[in-house]
Design a protein around this ligand. Structure first.
Ligand code: SF4
Length: 345
């Protein structure tokens, strides 16, 4: 591995050209069967009609509370789950229509970085073996060159060369996450799906990993789908942000639009719950604490999924599911009352 962008990575588009869409999700639904009830089997929609695109070379944040469907969406994008309906397209290829072999080959281009660096690494393998595994499995590098490649990987993620001969338990949490990231970039992927990659780390270590992710993104033109419940980190790292609630998208916008002018009551409640140190900003915030919990309530299965917790809910919200509308260029929201001239605006 070299620090120069590999040939298969997309070069920057010429000025005026439309940026390449790397990931396209269209009306994606993922349903799971839950325990049988007296009335028969019930299914649960973990992801419910989600549509979004991720541009090559960008960082898209996916935020929401536990159970919002963020991680399932990440697994669908990686092709680790098949959608119940809808389409997930990566680099122009519909994942559901691919054979197992083709999908395995395509997966070299998309890699996960999981939440827990402790369980993500096989404790019985040396770091050299962990990092060599992708090259061996996918046969991308001659055997004689694998050691050299693993040396470059540890160097790229800021670990000393002697890390290769050690075992995962000999490293701190932050160092282990560096090993996980090194393994993720080994095959020079185009997309990395980071699922809460910092939540198991100390705050001081988090900023080091953020810097590493940023540096690697710039160096290799990587695209990230960054799943997190931490809006502070999302604000630092992401270009666009999508907000999920009970499996549905509530809002999608550029980072600045979402943080400066959130249009959905749920997004505003999430932002209001983020602690801020600046007293002026604290005072200027519309404080609408988010009461209750995100629960699927069969009695409110029609209408807006957020109606039970929304301070603005009205009759229409109980009757009709809000459409996914563009309220400003590039700013989408699912709320009857959002947008210019509406009370939620
Ligand atoms: Fe609240 Fe109604 Fe908008 Fe849903 S549609 S977020 S209930 S105002």
């Amino acid at each position: 591995m070299t620090s120069a962008p590999p040939p298969e990575l997309s070069p920057s588009p010429p000025a005026g050209a439309r940026p390449e869409v790397l990931v396209e999700c269209t009306e994606v639904v993922k349903t799971y069967q839950t325990a049988a009830s007296l009335l028969g089997r019930r299914s649960m929609r973990a992801v419910d009609g989600v549509s979004f695109t991720v541009t090559a070379g960008s960082v898209m944040g996916l935020v929401g509370e536990t159970g919002s469907g963020k991680s399932t969406t990440g697994r669908l994008v990686l092709g680790l789950e098949r959608p119940t309906s809808g389409r997930v397209v990566f680099a122009g290829q519909d994942l559901a229509s691919m054979s197992g072999g083709d999908l395995r080959r395509l997966r070299r281009q998309m890699q996960p970085v999981a939440q827990d660096p402790y369980s993500a690494l096989n404790g019985r393998m040396r770091v050299s073996e962990i990092l060599a595994e992708p090259f061996i499995v996918h046969r991308t590098v001659p055997k004689a060159q694998i050691r050299r490649q693993t040396e470059e990987l540890v160097d790229l993620v800021g670990l000393p060369a002697d890390s290769l001969d050690r075992y995962p338990h000999e490293f701190s949490g932050g160092q282990r996450q560096r090993i996980v990231i090194a393994r993720a970039i080994a095959l020079q992927p185009r997309l990395i799906v980071c699922d809460e990659p910092l939540s198991a780390l100390d705050v001081s270590v988090q900023s080091q990993i953020i810097n590493l992710l940023r540096r690697l993104q710039a160096e290799f033109s990587l695209t990230y789908l960054f799943i997190s419940h931490d809006l502070g980190i999302v604000r630092l790292l992401c270009d666009t942000v999508a907000v999920m609630y009970l499996g549905q998208l509530m809002e999608l916008a550029s980072r600045d639009a979402l943080f400066d002018a959130p249009a959905h009551p749920y997004t505003r409640a999430l932002l209001a719950s983020v602690p801020v140190s600046d007293p002026l900003e604290r005072r200027s915030r519309a404080r609408r604490p988010l009461g209750g919990e995100a629960e699927r309530d069969p009695t409110t299965s029609q209408g807006c999924p957020f109606q039970a917790r929304c301070p603005l809910a009205e009759e229409e919200c109980r009757q009709r599911r809000p459409e996914w509308r563009q309220v400003e260029p590039g700013h989408f929201v699912a709320c009857h009352l959002a947008g210019p001239g509406h009370p939620a605006a």
